[in-house]
Structures are given as structure tokens and as C-alpha cells.
Write a protein that binds this ligand. Structure first.
Ligand code: DAH
Length: 338
């Protein structure tokens, strides 16, 4: 062999390399072209058989060849190039991309809003950071009345900072939207206020931060019959047409008379007490509350109701949760079931 033949041979190897790089993987190319048993390595051994004057030049050419191959391999590797006709099986099923869905709370909010919109209610949302005035004073809670404690309120200000509105709080119930709505709109009022509320309570049945929806209807000649009709319609739509429920006398400062509504879920239900789930409060709007909203109680009357979203939804339909707090622990294994 002479230098010319040596050169020619390397250039032939390079031509086959160019074809192979379309079909072989980078690892296969490395072994075939630079590996211990490659043609290139056996050619390096041949350099010693060339005439002495040609050996230096042959070494240089061999080095250039090696560098060229290495550069191309690096490039292929960085492009993570699979050879173009590499095991492509068009009959394999595609990869399924997991698709999420709305949180069960959001779904329930929409479900509730839809039921009431069918009855002619419009939806509003009032502030979560609220004045004491709208949450308590305007709702006929006497100053320092123990009822204020029942709502277990988070206070933002430690003392009243406004002579009319008092301290700022995180609203403990959506009832704070009642007088806000009356200040904004003249009767007839038919609002449904769905919002987050906050309470200093945490247990298997209580979240510190949950949703309520508040209904308020004010017009001429509104009576308890209207309230009962709405409750009946809602319970049967939301829970089921055969739902057994009861309306029980209770006390709230802002309604007179006041009621609580219980539905029968059976003794095995963990969220219910002795089989009855208390779904929320309701009543005829107290004249003092109408007055606080600038509405004449001799001319108008109204009813209101305020119920929770999460506990009510999770108690029905056989879900039977042990601990309601799992709802907001972002555990996908739980959430994907709804
Ligand atoms: N705000 C009350 C609560 O959070 C529920 C309630 C009771 C709302 C009676 C009302 C009502 O509108 O009339 O426990």
C-alpha cells in the first residue's frame, strides 16, 4: 500500500459512513467506525508498513479522518438523532395525555348557580375582606352580643378603625352581601351571592375556608310560602327528587322567623348527625335589616337563606367522606374521582 491508496481507502470509509449515519444509531456508528475492530483502527496499524517518507503525512490524514467522524458523531448526538427509518411502527396506539377537569367545588358552584338562575336569580359576589358592619351590625347583631362569637371570625384589625363600619374582618358568611345588595339595587331583589367565607374552625366536618351561597329575595308581599317553595325546589334538584327534609325553627339575628333546613341522609352517613345533615339557615328578612339597607319594611318583605357548598355536596350521593379537609389537599387520587 502507498499513500495514495491509503487516502483512497479512508475516503471510501467516509462515504459508507455518510450512508450509515442515516440508518444506524450513534452508538452503532461509534463502534463500526472508531471501535477497536473498525477498519479505521486496522488502517492505523498499516501506517507502519508505508515508506518512511509517507508515514508522517498518512498519520496526519488519519487524524483528520478521526476528527471529522468525531465531530459528526457529536452533532448527531446533540440532535439526539434517531436514524430516519428507525423502528417506526405506525400501528402502535398513541400516548394518552392526561386531561384535568374542574375541581368539585367549582363544579358545584356552577351547579348551584344554574339551579337558581332558572328561578330568575342573578349571581353576585361580594368582598371576602369585609367590614364588621356588613357582616354583623347591619344584620341586626347587637354590639357585644355573644352571637358574634358563634361565627368564629378572623379579625384583620384588632379594634374598630371606622366609626360606622368598625373593624375589617374576613367575612364569616355570605349574609354580609345582603345589605350591600340592598344599598346597590332597589327591589325587586333576587340575588344569589356565592363567595368564599372564613371561620376559625377546623375539624373533620369544618374547613377554615369554604364557600357559601346566599339567596336574598325582596319584593312586595313575599311570605314564608315563597321561601318554602324555593327550598323544596332546590333540595329536590340538588340532592334528588325523593329527598326527605325538614324545616326546623331556629334563631338568627337577621331573620324572623328563622329556620334551619335538614335533609335525611341515613344513620351511616359520616357527615350527618344522627342521619340528618343540617344544610343551612333560612328565614324572613328581619325588619331592622331591611331598614339598614334603606328599604321600608312596611312596604317590602323578603326571605333569605345561606348554605355551604362543600359539605353539602360531599355528603350527598354516597360519597360519605371521613374527613372533609382532603378536599383542599390537592391529592389528585381523591380529586380525579369527581
Ligand atoms: N349566615 C348563616 C350562617 O352562616 C346562614 C344563614 C341563616 C343565612 C339564615 C341566611 C339566613 O340568609 O336567613 O350560618
Amino acid at each position: 500500500m502507498n499513500l495514495e491508496e491509503f487516502k483512497q481507502k479512508l475516503s471510501n470509509i467516509f462515504s459508507t459512513f455518510k450512508k450509515d449515519k442515516e440508518v444506524l444509531s450513534v452508538d452503532e456508528l461509534k463502534i463500526k467506525y472508531l471501535g477497536r475492530k473498525s477498519e479505521f483502527v486496522s488502517m492505523l496499524r498499516l501506517i507502519g508498513t508505508l515508506p518512511i517518507s509517507e508515514r508522517k503525512e498518512a498519520g496526519k490524514i488519519a487524524n483528520e479522518f478521526k476528527n471529522k467522524i468525531e465531530k459528526l458523531l457529536e452533532k448527531l448526538e446533540s440532535e439526539n438523532n434517531q436514524p430516519k427509518n428507525y423502528n417506526l411502527d405506525v400501528t402502535l396506539p398513541g400516548k394518552k395525555v392526561p386531561v384535568g377537569h374542574m375541581h368539585i367545588t367549582t363544579q358545584t358552584i356552577r351547579e348551584v348557580a344554574d339551579i337558581f338562575k332558572k328561578l330568575g336569580f342573578y349571581q353576585v359576589r361580594y368582598p371576602e375582606v369585609e367590614w364588621d358592619y356588613y357582616a354583623f351590625t347591619a344584620l341586626n347583631f347587637p354590639e357585644d352580643h355573644p352571637a358574634r362569637d358563634e361565627w368564629e371570625t378572623f379579625f384583620i384589625d384588632s379594634k374598630p378603625i371606622n366609626s360606622k363600619y368598625g373593624a375589617r374582618i374576613l367575612t364569616p358568611h355570605t349574609s354580609s352581601g345582603q345589605v350591600r345588595e340592598m344599598e346597590k339595587r332597589k327591589p325587586p331583589i333576587r340575588m344569589i351571592n356565592i363567595s368564599r367565607v372564613y371561620r376559625r374552625q377546623m375539624s373533620v366536618r369544618h374547613l377554615m375556608n369554604f364557600y357559601q351561597f346566599e339567596g336574598l329575595v325582596i319584593d312586595k308581599n313575599i311570605n314564608i310560602g315563597h321561601l318554602k317553595g324555593i327550598l323544596d325546589f332546590f333540595v329536590k334538584k340538588f340532592i334528588g327528587p325523593d329527598t326527605k327534609y325538614r324545616i326546623r325553627p331556629y334563631h338568627f339575628p337577621f331573620t324572623e322567623p328563622s329556620f334551619e333546613v335538614d335533609v335525611w341522609l341515613g344513620k351511616e352517613n359520616k357527615m350527618a348527625k344522627d342521619g340528618w345533615l343540617e344544610i343551612g339557615g333560612a328565614g324572613m328578612v328581619h325588619p331592622n335589616v331591611l331598614r339598614a339597607g334603606g328599604i321600608d319594611p312596611n312596604e317590602y318583605s323578603g326571605y333569605a337563606f345561606g348554605w355551604g357548598i362543600e359539605r353539602n355536596k360531599l355528603s350527598i350521593g354516597g360519597i360519605n367522606l371521613e374527613d372533609i379537609r382532603i378536599l383542599y389537599q390537592t391529592d389528585i387520587r381523591f380529586l380525579e374521582q369527581f
